[in-house]
Each structure stands twice: as C-alpha cells, then as structure tokens.
Design a protein around this ligand. Structure first.
Ligand code: CA
Length: 242
C-alpha cells in the first residue's frame, strides 16, 4: 500500500531495499500529548522576559534546544544574541512553568502503536530532545514493558539536537540497525528534518496545529493525522517495509 512512498525513499537515499527491524519514536507530541503544556509555558515565559512567541509558533520550534530557541528570539526581537545568563534565567523559568502544568496525558493511539510494533518483534527506541532525568520512569509508568534505558537517546547523549541527524543516528546505533532497517515517528518539522537527514523513512504524525504541507516540506516520507491513524494503518506499513 505504501510502495510508492518506499520507492521514493529508496531512490532518494540510494538504498536497495528496506528490512524493518526497529522503530525510533520521538516522545513529546508522539507518545505524550505534552505540546500544549510546552506551547503555553513558552508563550508565558516570553511575555515575562519581553519576547514574543505565540503558542502556535512554539510548535514550529519544537525539538530545538531551549538555548537555541531563546537565542533565535533574542536575535529577532532584541537584535542580538542572548547572554548565557539570560538563556539560563529564561530557560529555568520556562522549565518551572512547564513543571507546574498538569502532567501530560498519553497520546491517544500511542499504546496501540507500541503494542503492534512490539508484537511484530521490532526494537523500540525513544529519541527525544527532552532532558528530564525522570524520563525512563515516566515512560515505564505510562507504557509498562515497552522501553529500555539502553534504548533511549536524550538531550544528555548528543552534542547537536534535532534538526541535526545526530540523535537519530545514535538511536540507530543503539538499536544496532541501519537506516533502511528502521522507521522514525515524529510530529514536529525539526524532528522530521532530523529523521530525514539520518536517512530513515520518516512518518510524521500531525498531532498539533501545523498544516500537513509543512511536515512534507521538512522531509516527511508519509504524513498521518494522528497516532491512532498510525495504529490503524500499521499492518500496511509493516507489510510494505518488512
Ligand atoms: Ca516532538
């Protein structure tokens, strides 16, 4: 069913065939419906520090490190780089606001996707720009039995965050697979760019307010409207890429 998408992917990357062994999942906006909290806390901290970011803009920056996001806004609105002190103050406050938000619920459909991927015998990897130390506990609590500490890439593990391919390249390495043996599941333009730059077939699940064309332009090989849609179509995806 996805033969056309697979052929395009193989041609673009110069690969011969796919042989699915692992699925690399982004976390925020894919496994957890956490983006409304991020978007709200970014909008609020910007207002407090004399910068502006609408909640919708926050979705476009999703996946960028906090420091890079703050610097981008400072250049745009102050006409200069933010100092390390400013970055630390703003980012600390953003984290404080985010942590005060109610805990993000599981993304609808995500548990079904994980179940199907696991039942197919594939390796599950989490590749997130997040740097919360309690990450694995939270994953284990919400999705018991699917994740392993050694199969996670967080902001502590990489020098360059998304859209650099480094996080996904490290995810492939941890799973012990090649790019044509994996899929990336992402929701944000910068994350999609990172997956495509790592030469992995990248499925964008559009769980936020972004027009789907933006995800296609960022390099998504396939755009689906939700994790529930990915669960529904998993059989076709698996039979195409296995
Ligand atoms: Ca995300």
């Amino acid at each position: 069913m996805y033969d056309a998408e697979r052929t395009k992917y193989l041609e673009r990357n110069g690969f011969e065939a796919t042989r699915l062994k692992a699925v690399l999942f982004d976390m925020d906006g894919v496994l957890f419906d956490s983006m409304p909290n991020h978007a709200r806390s970014w909008a609020q901290v910007c207002t407090e520090f004399g910068l502006t970011m609408t909640p919708d803009e926050a979705y476009l920056h999703e996946g960028r490190t906090g420091a890079a996001t703050i610097n981008l806004l400072a250049r745009r609105e102050w006409g200069r780089d933010a100092t390390p002190e400013e970055i630390a103050r703003i980012y600390d406050e953003k984290c404080r606001l985010f942590n005060a938000c109610p805990e993000a619920p599981r993304m609808p459909g995500a548990a079904d996707v994980l179940r199907r991927v696991k039942d197919a015998g594939l390796t599950i990897v989490v590749v997130t720009g997040s740097g919360q130390r309690s990450l694995i506990d939270r994953l284990e609590h919400n999705y018991p039995g699917f994740f392993h500490r050694s199969l996670m890439v967080t902001s502590f593990d990489v020098r360059h965050g998304k859209p650099d391919p480094e996080p996904y390249l490290l995810g492939l390495e941890r799973a012990g697979v090649q790019p044509w043996e994996a899929l990336v599941v992402e929701n944000a333009p910068l994350g999609v760019e990172a997956g495509a730059a790592a030469k992995v077939f990248t499925v964008a699940v559009n769980t936020g307010p972004i027009p789907p064309e933006v995800l296609t332009r960022s390099g998504a090989d396939l755009v689906l409207p939700s994790m529930a849609a990915l669960a529904d179509t998993w059989g076709d995806i698996y039979s195409t890429f296995a």
